[in-house]
Design a protein around this ligand. Sequence first.
Ligand code: PLP
Length: 377
Amino acid sequence: MSDYRKIDAQYYMPAFSRTMMIRRGKGCTVWDDDGNEYLDLVAGIAVCSTGHCHDDVVKAICRQAGELIHCSNLYYVPGQAEFAEKLAKVTNLSQVFFTNSGAEANEAALKLARLATKKTKAVSFIHGFHGRTLGSLAVTHKPGIREPFEPLEPKCSFVEYGDLEGLRAAVDTDTAAVLLEPIQGEAGIIIPPEGFVEGVREICDEKGALLIADEVQTGMGRTGTWLAMHQTKVMPDIVSLAKGLGSGFPVGAIVAREGLAFKKSEHGSTFAGGPLASAAGMATLHVIESLLPGIAAKGERFREGLARWNPRVCGLMIGITVGEKCPEVQERCAEKGIIVNCAADGNLRLVPPLIITEAEIDRATGVINEVLTEICS
Ligand SMILES: *Cc1c(COP(=O)(O)O)cnc(C)c1O
């Protein structure tokens, strides 16, 4: 067997820290390089929403790969229009632009907001995450990953998540857009106070700024509705999507309300919305559609199973404040065959495949209870 650790150390830039290789996956189960089996509650960070290698997704990708892999957006792309139609309908918004990632979706959203408002500044939230490209990084809060790259555009002010008065003070007549995660994901599954999202909408309307909902992590059924915004009384002007949209095939998108769209030559992409992305995305939407009615109950089963740790739950986004022992919890869970993730600030994050069964949830909560009891009490 190839000594990939050594080769990786020599030839791959050490931007990530990792210990194991995941070799194979099926449903909610993955196998590492030594053949150990795990129940995967991370799912590629909320990406493998239909589980690993769902038959319908594999078939759609393979069928399309045998017919046409790429053709450029110079031409109509097979499957792209139908995928856009489906995405507009399920989000209840109007028109789509495809991207290859979440960061790129936010780039597109920021460009569109600047065109539409003729303003340049942005406002976003403390502990928020929107991506690593220069524009998406400019609106990402974490100083450690942002500051080395300053100065960045757009100019951005950061407001405490949940603080409407702070937001009202920060949004001014030069603000093109407010970027909002309806639930903060990378921060560790932080659910905002009741009425917060509605308040953000109101302030945007007062000041003439657009509301961009970054649903890269919360979107596509993760919270029990197609968008997390669908659980509020308001809608965004633009929503950005990626992670769960293609079951692991790189697919991102923005969807905007009526009247808000790029015109000829205002944006572009070589790969985005290609034949394989469209096939994987469309197959994913069909699978999620059938899972959607059951997701809230699955989340509640996690809530009951983990009740003594006071979990934050919205559909299949689950966060538990663990503190500095979080990495130890992650490691011990892996030893017991469960993959979990430490997000920011010692918050344990569970974002399992949406296909997870009751039996798998019970197994997961059993192990997590054991480990938390062992390490944290
Ligand atoms: C992961 C994430 C992104 C970035 O997506 P990439 O595909 O890694 O560029 C942006 N916003 C949110 C809310 C995310 O969770």
